[in-house]
Design a binder for this molecule. Sequence first.
Ligand code: ADP
Ligand code: MG
Length: 704
Amino acid sequence: MESTFLDRRIEFLKGVGPTKAQLLNTEIGAFTIEDLLLQYPFRYIDKTKQYFIKDIQRDGEQILLKGKIVQVKMIKGKRAKRLVATLKDPTGFIELVWFRGATYVQNMLIEDNEYSVYGRINIFNGKKSIPHPELENLSQGKANLKQERLDPVYHSTEKLNARGLDTKARKRLVKNILAQLHEVDLPEILDDYIIQKLSLCSRMQAIQWIHFPEDNTQLQAANNRIKFEEIFFLQLRILQSKTLREEKKDGWVFEQVGTKFTKFYNENLGFELTNAQKKVIKEIRADMGSGIHMNRLLQGDVGSGKTIVGLMCMLLAIDNGFQACLLAPTEILAYQHYTSTIDMLKGVGIRTAFLSGSVKGKKRKELLQFLINGEIDILIGTHALIEDPVKFKNLGLAITDEQHRFGVIQRAKLWEKNKTKPPHILVMTATPIPRTLAMTLYGDLDVSIIDELPPGRKAVKTVHKTEARRPEVLQFMHKEIAKGRQIYVVFPLIEESAKLDLQNLQTGYDQLEHYFPKSDFQISVVHGRMKARDKESEMQRFVQGKTNIMVATTVIEVGVNVPNASIMIIENAERFGLSQLHQLRGRVGRGAEQSYCILMSSYKLSVDAKTRIKTMCNTNNGFEIAEVDMKIRGHGNIQGTQQSGISKFKLLNLVLDHEIIKTARLIAQHLLKHDPELTKPSHQRIKSHLDSLNRKFIDLGEIS
Ligand code: ADP
Ligand code: MG
């Protein structure tokens, strides 16, 4: 049974209208009433803790006071007026101040009435006040709304706040939805015995409590219930699709190791494979020779040598009469794979081609023709490669590099590139997650891990510097450039404003140009808004060693390989996530020289930012970093989960909620073991919810 109320578009909600609906669409991706309802608060303000005025100490602290308004005064300043009300409690006085809407508030305030006041303390020159507090009149009858509770705070954006859709307004909208919500809209989807066994609250109850819990017990109960649901149904889907895949067992068989593979291995490969690489190639070969369709995740830290492994697998495919393709998330990376592949395969007799959005017209037409005729062995490119007109003669292996940028849906599109039988799939990722978690998340994939770096790598030395130490950093840069090294300087992407991004980058560039004048130094610039061709040529100048410094936004984050670049300077490092920092650092330390990563930040840092930076300085190990990252970020923000389509956890934290995950997996396994098709009457709710989830994903084009 599906709810028509929840499927309704938000513009039909009271208080929303077309303009606000549009904003909610674009800013937080909410289109239907359900979308809005399922965006849970990200934190709660504990309004149960009441303060006394004498105890106020910290600037910026958010607090709840109770007291009497003893005086209300309009003060006319030079340019504008402000309203000042004085609040008295048993321990002292404090001023409440309004700059906006002063007249309105003045008319509303009643002297000598008791109020509850909530707001952020401002301490200026030792004087304490609360600007624009939230008020509730306790002397008037209508204040019988329960006061003691946890107040939800929703994720918002500048734009939403500016247009009156701040957290308060969101609260009203959600309240409004909850008031109209009936049991039929959120019917129970778990069977009674599970609910009883785990003492879960109902689905309806959980949704109410997650938005408006009266106390921590309710909040906890809501969390438990929702988290369990999130992981339980994912587990069921994964286990089911895995069984299905194992039953199908229908993959191309690559029987032989042929001449191309052997020639490459004996003549072109300039180094010994690490044991980890050998082990992984064996695993992949076994898959591709078995007749079972391969769907494998290859994990390995940055620089562990995944590319070579991918390349050798492609040669296996080609030796068995198939084509192969390699998909990369950015044009720069795809092109780099293309040139390095050509380079590595010199003399092996492989026809390699490149395709991206910027390959157009006659060239594109020709390429597509070659591809379908089988005159191209390896096609390397961006996601332009999965578009419909791109047809292969017989694609046997599809590799995606840096998987976190691709979703399940795109992977599924690759399957369709061979209509007879899907090509084998190898997904390479440098975002290592612990194996057990990988199995939970990517249960539909088998997992191979390269857990060893090629020999002779020196660990990158990572240091943290604040702005005050800039001169030192500049001096160091000069010294390293004099030794012939190259340097990356990376600026963060400021998502809300592409304009600010450029400004930021431009200022940084100007500053660098001042210290590294054009007469003696060359600087490359790459950012997201440049044309692909310009980006490529700037990148190439750096690759070829023609420029000393590469100034870039995070477009270079992924995969780029310039062994002579040995210094990575990350500006505003506090703005980057941990895995992103680790990826960026992975750009250096690829040559024989000692490499450095310098994290620049302002002096003031949030607790999380401090943890991230400290972690980076302490370890080079991607797995350790991934674990810290998961602990900090929680809520399914790990790269890969967002786009994976099947696992948009809103509340579940893959590290902290270990127990819930274990329980959910056990129950799911047990259930499917005794009732694989979920035909028993006691499993009907679960089955019908699972069916509706599957329908949703099939609508999205996912195959599993
Ligand atoms: P990543 O896993 O990050 O994709 P790459 O495949 O780009 O790593 O490899 C990084 C560098 O290490 C490349 O220059 C590659 O040629 C080199 N490399 C890969 N495997 C080995 C090895 N076994 N011995 C020495 N160098 C290697
Ligand atoms: Mg790589």
